[in-house]
Write a protein that binds this ligand. Structure first.
Ligand code: 13P
Ligand code: SF4
Length: 304
């Protein structure tokens, strides 16, 4: 089947199955174009929870589809590539977290949405990169364990100095490897460009940024800015939306290393096969789901 035929079939099956397709902004361009909704992890979680569709085809990584299932157990949630995981999410396990909590009695636990359902079930409240500061501020207690991203945790700690944030040692394999000398080189090459950085980058990179935000916040900032040139410090998939929104502006990727191999596993063919064969269905054990839902619901109440 050619590309056009596949796109038509995807649209036909979507109607037939009462499905919606959502895609994270790190997905390849043609998958984003096939989706009903694109965005960051918070926007997609909220959209899926509110969607009346029977089936959600989640073009992203495992924890994102799992979060959709936690919030909407009555829906069928499909992840087109079952091996699209997030190495950061695997850097904290339920067992390791339970052990650490026992060492820190009375400490509130905040998890990044990049975690498994089992880990969410152990936490007080969830957050994404778009609302982490607001979530932390919403907690009355001073001592907070933040898992698993040390970089997002450090960035939040700097915004909320009145809290004592205890960090985990996880990180994103894509954002964490960016080096300061690469960024300084890009700055020197494009001295009039605005530098927009995701908080999963290391603190020495974040310190160089003109703006720090989630993928959606970066896209919105560039769209609304009067500046003409931008250095983009997050995964290359966002360039698709940025160029679509502002074809007259110039976008330079901060480093050629900004590619998430897991996000790139999903293709138009995987989306087509997902709808055709109903694969891969995401399930969450009910006892775990109920606890993890409390953690996600608290985040949705804080909003952003
Ligand atoms: P966003 O919250 O910006 O979507 O980030 C999620 C993620 O996995 C980034 O690596
Ligand atoms: Fe995980 Fe990083 Fe990929 Fe996001 S970009 S899904 S944090 S590995």
């Amino acid at each position: 089947m050619d590309r056009e035929g596949m796109i038509q079939e995807i649209q036909r099956m979507k109607k037939e199955r009462d499905a919606v397709i959502v895609a994270h902004s790190y997905q390849i361009g043609e998958v984003q174009d096939a989706a009903d909704m694109t965005g960051d992890s918070f926007a997609l979680a909220r959209y899926c929870a509110a969607s009346p569709a029977t089936v959600i085809v989640f073009c992203g990584v495992h924890f994102m589809a799992e979060s959709a299932k936690i919030l909407s157990p009555e829906k069928t949630v499909l992840l087109p590539e079952i091996h699209a995981g997030c190495p950061m999410a695997d850097m904290v396990t339920g067992e390791a977290l339970r052990k650490r909590k026992a060492e820190l009695p009375g400490v509130k636990v905040v998890c990044y949405i990049n975690t498994t359902a089992e880990v969410k079930a152990e936490c007080d409240v969830c957050c994404t990169s778009s609302n982490a500061v607001d979530v932390i501020r919403s907690i009355p207690e001073r001592d907070i364990l933040f898992v698993p991203d040390q970089n997002l945790g450090s960035w939040v700690a700097a915004q909320v100095p009145e809290k004592n944030i205890i960090l985990w040692d996880g990180y994103c394999i894509t954002h964490h490897r960016i080096r300061k000398d690469e960024v300084l080189k890009m700055r020197a090459l494009h001295p009039d460009a605005v530098l927009l950085v995701h908080p999963e980058c290391k603190p020495d990179i974040v310190a160089l940024a003109d703006f720090v935000g989630s993928t959606k916040q970066i896209i919105d900032f560039a769209r609304n800015s009067v500046a003409r040139k931008f250095i983009i410090g997050t995964e290359m998939g966002v360039l698709h939306q940025l160029q679509k929104d502002s074809p007259d502006k110039k976008f330079y990727l901060m480093s050629t290393g900004l590619v998430c191999p897991n996000m790139k596993k999903t293709t138009l063919t995987s989306v087509y096969e997902s709808l055709r064969d109903g694969k891969y269905e995401i399930t969450v054990e009910e006892a775990v789901r109920l606890k993890a839902k409390v953690c996600l619901d608290r985040m949705l109440q804080v909003g952003k």
